[in-house]
Design a protein around this ligand. Structure first.
Ligand code: GDP
Length: 444
């Protein structure tokens, strides 16, 4: 039997109301000790909370949820007290003195998962909803909390079982009344499933970007104006701007918002060869960040005569020829040639001109929306989901090519099913569960 846990469910600091919640078999005893008679389930009761010596702590609303009809599936209670830190501290002290234990991060939701109230993907949805800062993050998290991924997984599982049954029939009853082509009939079922999983996988990247932010890297030679552009876009002094090349020595990430989507804009250390060890490390990190970014803004000093650096652009990147307020240098021509060869769109601007920066902002917003907005919300939203989908796809791909080895094919289909089951945590080992729940805040 589990012990009884408690934690403040609201953030620390001063507020009108703070909520302390508890879950576990001792909840009723704790409510009785602090608030007297247990209130009727799911009805708010105004009570004076008292310490063990009878001294009043606060006037509170007390809520009682009798298990299994509660968030965790256990007996639960909530004390809605006045949100002063001293009140919360006193309630916590009183609960501790009754032998209850402060909850670990995510422990309430973990209990809900273990008691079958939520699947693992829904539990992740809870964590994401708490973290959500943008509209897109909120919508996606709510969809996941609603069980969208679990429903997709159940559908995939049905197809899988259908295919597996055919394989197994062919293996177990080779000479009997099973039609000879039963294994061949499994093939279109597998193909359809593979197609669905591939769609989900393609969308998973979008889901991850909605969660974590669309990554935009400013790349280009030192002194091109990257930090100036970053500050102009972020409307604050996030990066140090100087006229000494090599000033930005690390990757500076600034969270931004475009049309309800989160983006991360990063100024990267100027891409140049250097003997300074610290700067070289900065350049290495900058390259890694830029390589993984969803969009690179190649900033070129349009007034310079230097040969432009080529920072590994993709056709959908943007080339920004900066310092358009100055006389044009030879670098502009070189950059234009290079950008055209790569099929990269070119924008001329001055980081100092608010109108130019606003136009760039619009262009970035269009890019973010094009990349992240879809008709449907992505079902897979995390690296964990993507890895499991990839594993299932590999297994199913193998099963398809194992023409004559039905038993091996059946085993691959079975293992694909196991990978899909792990999305909702049906058979996940403890360490995976630990990782998922430790990302929660205390009190959830
Ligand atoms: P970074 O090394 O690429 O980050 O370049 P910085 O943002 O530090 O800019 C280098 C220098 O160019 C600074 O002195 C900036 O003030 C200047 N600069 C940046 N943008 C412009 C621009 O549009 N026009 C002009 N004339 N100077 C600029």
């Amino acid at each position: 039997m589990s012990d009884t846990i408690f934690a403040p469910a609201t953030a620390a600091g001063r507020a009108a109301v703070a909520v302390v919640r508890l879950s576990g078999p001792q909840s009723a005893r704790a409510v009785a000790a602090l608030a007297g008679k247990t209130p009727r389930p799911r009805e708010a009761a105004l009570r004076t909370l008292r310490a063990s010596d009878g001294e009043p702590i606060d006037q509170a609303l007390v809520l009682w949820f009798e298990g299994p009809a509660s968030y965790t599936g256990e007996d639960c209670a909530e004390f809605h007290v006045h949100g002063g830190p001293a009140v919360v501290a006193r309630v916590i002290e009183a609960l501790s003195s009754l032998g209850l234990r402060l909850a670990e991060p995510g422990e309430f939701t973990r209990r809900a998962f273990e008691n079958g109230k939520l699947d693992l993907a829904q539990a992740e949805g809870v964590a994401d909803l708490i973290e959500a800062e943008t509209e897109a993050q909120r919508r996606q998290a709510l969809d996941q909390l609603g069980g969208a991924l679990g429903q997709a997984q159940a559908r995939w599982r049905d197809h899988l079982i259908e295919a597996l049954a055919m394989f197994e029939a062919a293996v177990d009853f080779p000479d009997e009344e099973v039609p000879a082509d039963v294994a061949a009939r499994a093939r279109p079922v597998l193909r359809a499933l593979i197609e669905e999983l591939e769609d989900a996988l393609a969308d998973a990247h979008r889901g991850e970007r909605v969660r974590e932010g669309f990554r935009i890297a400013l790349v280009g030679a030192p002194n091109a104006g990257k930090s100036t552009l970053l500050n102009a876009l972020a409307r604050r002094e996030a990066a140090i701007v100087t006229s000494t090349p090599g000033t930005t020595r690390d990757v500076i990430e600034v969270p931004m918002r475009f049309a309800g989507y989160k983006a991360l804009l990063a100024d990267t250390a100027g891409l140049r060869d250097t003997h300074d060890e610290i700067e070289a490390e900065g350049v290495r990190r900058a390259r890694a960040w830029a390589d993984e970014a969803d969009l690179r803004l190649w900033v070129v000093d349009g007034s310079s005569d230097a040969a432009p650096t080529t920072p590994g652009l993709h056709p959908h990147d943007l080339c920004l020829i900066n310092k358009a307020d100055l006389e044009q240098g030879a670098e502009t021509g070189h950059a234009l040639v290079e950008a055209r060869a790569l099929g990269v769109e070119v924008v001329r601007l001055s980081a100092w001109k608010p109108d130019d920066v606003a136009a760039l902002e619009n262009a970035l917003e269009r890019r973010v929306v094009d990349a992240l907005a879809g008709a449907e919300l992505p079902t897979a939203t995390r690296l964990r989901h993507r890895e499991l989908l990839t594993e299932a796809l590999e297994r199913l791909g193998r099963a398809l090519v194992l023409e004559d080895e039905l038993e091996l094919a059946a085993e691959d289909v079975r293992l694909a099913g196991r990978a899909l089951d792990r999305i909702t945590g049906r058979i996940d080992p403890e360490d995976v569960l630990d990782r998922v729940f430790s990302s929660f805040c205390i009190g959830k």
